[in-house]
Structures are given as structure tokens and as C-alpha cells.
Design a protein around this ligand. Sequence first.
Ligand code: DGP
Length: 113
Amino acid sequence: MKDCLFCKIIAGEIPSAKVYEDENVYAFRDINPMAPTHVLVVPKTHVASLADIGGVSDTVLAACLRACGAIAEQEGLKGGFRVASNCGPDACQSVQHLHFHVLGGKKLTEVMG
Ligand code: DGP
């Protein structure tokens, strides 16, 4: 989608540190990491957030979650990891393209909210 930051990253128009890619998913390191591993997993098809997934196939959604697990293994997150997706203003979503944060590599805090 024109003017979408993550669509431009997927298209290679904006550089990123790629961690994983398959036919449905692109994943890259967050520019502002909150943990030693902080990767963003995004579907290649544009959708704004989890509130808008009606038009997204189950295949694509499953691919995103499978990618999160694959990345955790690839990154050696043997102690565990967290997957989060901010959706809408109350969750402070700042980029309007569905993405899953994969965080790990340290003991994460219990605070989720
Ligand atoms: P959220 O706040 O959940 O919408 O997360 C958006 C994330 O995107 C935030 O953690 C910072 C990251 N981000 C924003 N712009 C860029 C960028 O140009 N490159 C990369 N790698 N990450 C970005």
C-alpha cells in the first residue's frame, strides 16, 4: 500500500535488517529494540491491524505466528519469548500495518499494560 512504512520495507524501498522471509511473511529487527531480540513479523499483504483481519486468509495469519516461533528458535531464545501485537490507539499502535513484536533474550517484565 502506498505510503505505508512497512509496505515500503517489505518492498525494499526502505532498508531493514531482515531476520526471516517466506512467501507470506517478512520479519526484521525493530529500529528501537526493547530487548536483545526484538523482531517485527509482518504479513506481506497490507492490513492495518488485528481489528481488520476479516480479509486476511487463515494461511497468512498462521504464517505470521509460525514465523514468530521459527524466529525464536533461530535467535536461540531457549528461555522463552513474548509475542505482542498493538492494535489501535489505546495500545499505542504507531504503524498501521499489522505486526507482531517478538521479544526475548532477557528476563522480560511481568507488566503487560
Ligand atoms: P507499534 O508501536 O506496535 O506500532 O510498533 C511499531 C514498531 O515499529 C516500533 O517498535 C518501532 C518500529 N519502527 C518504526 N519505524 C521503523 C523503521 O523504519 N524501521 C524499523 N526497523 N522499525 C521501525
